[in-house]
Design a protein around this ligand. Structure first.
Ligand SMILES: Cc1cc2nc3c(=O)[nH]c(=O)nc-3n(C[C@H](O)[C@H](O)[C@H](O)COP(=O)(O)OP(=O)(O)OC[C@H]3O[C@@H](n4cnc5c(N)ncnc54)[C@H](O)[C@@H]3O)c2cc1C
Length: 383
């Protein structure tokens, strides 16, 4: 059974209501303390917010991609970190398992993930290779029926709460894409080291850091898809993840716009609310147009995914454009706040810091700019 349009609309409204009532009063504090409150996650799980597009028979909600994007946007208007966690089972962590995992892997990892009973991480980036995924240095060797992994992943999210990691290693670095294999690695596997970074500029509540594989031994049940086809698993994860990043960016941009409008109406300068000044109005105009067009691009990408297309160009466009809009909107909204923009009394500083990071994660926007141009010029295939 797939959730119908009416139920989808109600779910999005419920998520918005929950975010405003339960998340909003706590977000500034947990952003400062760099820790996501587990009780909030548990209550979101009870309400089904993590089920996303994961099929109902695999423990998800079976949402269509448009409703999923609307849900992520709604939560992200209050906290885009919570939006990240809501989107992960449908994207960066769950999408590769849904597409390439065995029935046992889906039962063990995807079902509880989609139900919000556990969380996971997706470990792709390495200290020397972020954009260039095929340049990874983490290696594996065959060991009878199993595998032994050695190497280091960097900037991996959910180190504190992940019960497992979907990760990648190569059997031969010179093979690049063709050497990469995907593995599911339980958190308590001997030889797995987790080393969080502290005091990040943005995305502070998400615990991000290094995942070290020191002779990590895995059985054959850890293999995701076929050996040597792990690059496809990684691309499925990041491409599906991009819809979520784009929707989170729209949510954040809308929040920055709302803050700017409300502040501009209240703040008096030269005897008038600053909303009367044309330069302020012009900034608000650009924000309105930006947020609206970004939302349309997200909807377009969501519809293409719903039709079963790979939608590489559309998801790249949505991710790049929406996160650029989020950054510009947050920067202009901060400017409208004057000195109060840099005060912890107002949320705009947090929105500005997170918006910068949205331009970097899941493919830096420069990389997307290159990919979109290459696809348009026929230098790179779209599927
Ligand atoms: C808070 C946070 C959370 C993260 N979580 C995860 C996670 O859970 N899992 C994970 O695997 N990774 C994660 N990352 C890593 C993120 O995906 C990478 O930072 C991103 O892919 C960019 O890689 P890089 O930092 O190595 O930059 P590099 O690849 O070194 O690129 C640096 C810069 O060079 C330029 N550049 C590089 N290649 C090109 C190109 N082809 N064309 C044009 N310009 C180019 C761009 O300006 C780019 O921004 C996270 C990062 C952050 C900050």
């Amino acid at each position: 059974m797939v959730i119908d349009a009416q139920a989808g609309t109600e779910l999005v409204a419920l998520a918005g209501d929950f975010a405003r009532r339960e998340i909003a009063p706590r977000v500034e504090e947990y952003d400062r303390n760099e820790r996501i409150p587990r009780d909030l996650l548990d209550r979101m799980a009870d309400l089904g917010f993590f089920g996303g597009v994961v099929p109902v028979e695999l423990g998800g909600l079976g949402l269509d991609h448009m409703t999923f994007a609307a849900l992520v946007e709604e939560v992200s208007k209050v906290c885009q970190i919570m939006g990240t966690l809501v989107s992960m089972p449908s994207g960066l962590v769950g999408a590769g398992i849904a597409r390439f995992g065995t029935p046992e892997q889906k039962e063990r990892w995807l079902r509880p993930l989609a139900q919000g009973r556990i969380f996971g991480g997706s470990a792709v980036t390495e200290p020397q290779s972020g954009s260039d995924v095929a340049g990874m240095q983490t290696t594996y060797k065959k060991d009878g029926e199993g595998f032994v992994l050695n190497g280091t992943k960097a900037w991996i999210s959910n180190l504190d709460i992940a019960e497992f990691f979907l990760s990648f290693a190569t059997i031969d670095r010179s093979l690049r894409h063709g050497g990469v294999t995907a593995f599911l690695i339980p958190r308590d596997t001997p030889g797995l080291g987790l080393h969080p970074y502290k005091d990040k500029l943005g995305f502070r509540p998400i615990c991000t850091g290094e995942v070290v594989f020191d002779d990590v031994r895995l059985g054959p049940e850890a293999l995701v898809g076929e050996e040597g086809r792990g690059f496809e698993v990684a691309m499925t994860a990041v491409e599906r993840g991009r819809l979520g990043v784009a929707a989170r960016s729209v949510g954040l941009a809308q929040a920055a716009l709302d803050e700017a409008v409300s502040y501009a109406k209240e703040r008096i300068a030269f005897g008038h609310p600053i909303a009367q000044f044309q330069i302020v109005q012009s900034k608000v105009t650009d924000m309105e147009v930006g947020v609206h067009t970004a939302r349309l691009l997200v909807a377009d990408a969501a519809q293409a995914l719903e039709r079963g297309e790979r939608a590489r160009r559309l998801t790249s466009m949505a991710k790049m454009y929406a996160s650029d809009v989020a950054f510009r909107t947050a920067a202009d909204a901060l400017q409208i706040h004057g000195a109060y923009g840099v005060s912890p009394e107002y949320p705009i500083g947090r929105l500005f810091r997170d918006a910068k990071v949205l331009q970097i994660v899941e493919g830096s926007n420069d990389l997307h700019r290159a990919l979109i141009g290459e696809m348009a010029l026929g230098i790179r295939a779209e599927s």
